[in-house]
Design a protein around this ligand. Structure first.
Ligand code: COA
Length: 327
């Protein structure tokens, strides 16, 4: 019998504070109309000072554990996809481990930007295949608002905060992960980057005055790469699972821009109801975007047992990834 891993529980958490497009109109030179038509975003959630990545990740994890009926002490591994850790050391995963009291779990972060959750899920899949009795938390969590230049209207309307988590266990039936595809292209890293706060540049007045502590994005170029990579990894993932487009019940793609989601719907020839959309409520939450969407789809009853689900992501690096699963 084929050993598969499956998602046994999902959870998500966003900060309470909502920042609407109208709010942004009073902060920068923009309009609700521009943001809505160009991106599909209507509002986003922003963490106040004092609320950190690991706080959101721990809340999302507790919800996922509760749904799965798994105690934190049973966890073997905690993997967090993120580009906005609380601090360089320790990892967010270790802080979550502490908060959950998951004393038997190893813990590490994965730096794969917006593909962080799918990279984490793919790693979890391999560990479960090695030993199906394992229980693993795969998380995507971000506080992007602290790496956002609030004077830069080309990026600050896009990015936001949140976390999503999934408990991954061995599957006892036909459900579970069927294929995983991971890709990267570092040759165009500078199209989407946070240059500062690593080892490349000293944290000094020059760095701060250049705004290199913040996200920089060449939006039009990123858009072109994103649509190409997402379409390609969708086909690759479905081919590996032995599916045609018609076999797909739900597409959950990284929520970066409604125009990217519309493009994918057309290219994959999918009806509207098969493409999950919540970018209007949350904006682009990078690694958290797919697990938040997965949790919403799960809790709202949009995912039914036996459904064929495709998850695809694209982000800085570049990284892109695809995962197919039977729910
Ligand atoms: N409000 C109002 N006007 C704005 C604006 C804002 N918030 N941001 C940019 N503009 C202006 C620009 O200055 C430009 O004006 P100009 O024509 O006078 O120069 C105009 O709107 C068009 O800007 P442009 O950058 O060409 O817009 P766009 O249609 O490419 O949309 C993004 C911008 C960022 C929404 C889009 O490029 C995008 O989604 N990129 C991909 C993001 C992505 O996929 N990320 C994935 C990894 S996270």
């Amino acid at each position: 019998m084929t050993i598969r891993s499956k998602i046994a529980g999902t959870g998500s958490c966003v900060p309470e504070q909502v920042l609407t497009n109208k709010d942004l109109e009073s902060m920068i030179d923009t309009s609700d109309e521009w943001i809505t038509t160009r991106t599909g975003i209507r509002q986003r959630h922003i963490a106040p000072q004092g609320q950190n990545n690991s706080d959101l990740a721990a809340e999302a994890s507790m919800a996922a554990l509760s749904m799965a009926g798994v105690d934190a002490s049973e966890l073997d591994l905690i993997i967090v996809g993120t580009l906005t850790p609380d601090m360089p050391m320790p990892s967010v995963a270790c802080l979550v481990q502490r908060r959950l009291g998951a004393t038997n779990a190893g813990a590490f972060d994965v730096a794969a930007t917006c593909s962080g959750f799918l990279y984490s899920l793919s790693i979890a899949d391999k560990f479960i295949k090695e030993d199906p009795s394992r229980k693993i938390l795969a998380i995507g969590s971000e506080v992007l608002s602290r790496r956002t230049n609030w004077d830069d209207r080309t990026t600050c309307v896009l990015f936001a905060d949140g976390a999503g988590a999934a408990v991954v266990t061995g599957s006892q039936d036909e459900s579970g992960i069927l294929s995983t595809c991971l890709h990267a292209d570092g040759s165009v890293w500078d199209l989407l980057t946070i240059r500062g706060l690593g080892t490349a540049y000293p944290v000094d007045q020059e760095l701060l005055s250049k705004g290199w502590q913040y996200i920089e994005m060449k939006g039009k170029d990123v858009f072109k790469h994103a649509v190409k990579a997402l379409e390609s990894v969708a086909h690759e993932s479905m081919a590996k699972a032995g599916w045609s487009n018609d076999d797909l019940d739900l597409l959950i793609a990284h929520q970066a821009n409604i125009r990217i989601l519309d493009f994918l719907r057309e290219r994959l020839n999918l009806p509207k109801e098969k493409v999950f959309i919540n970018i209007d409520k949350y904006g682009n939450t990078s690694a958290a975007s797919i697990p938040i969407a997965l949790d919403e789809a799960n809790r709202s009853g949009k995912l039914k047992k036996g459904d064929n689900v495709l998850l695809i992501s694209f982000g800085g690096g570049f990284t892109w990834a695809g995962v197919t699963m039977r729910w």
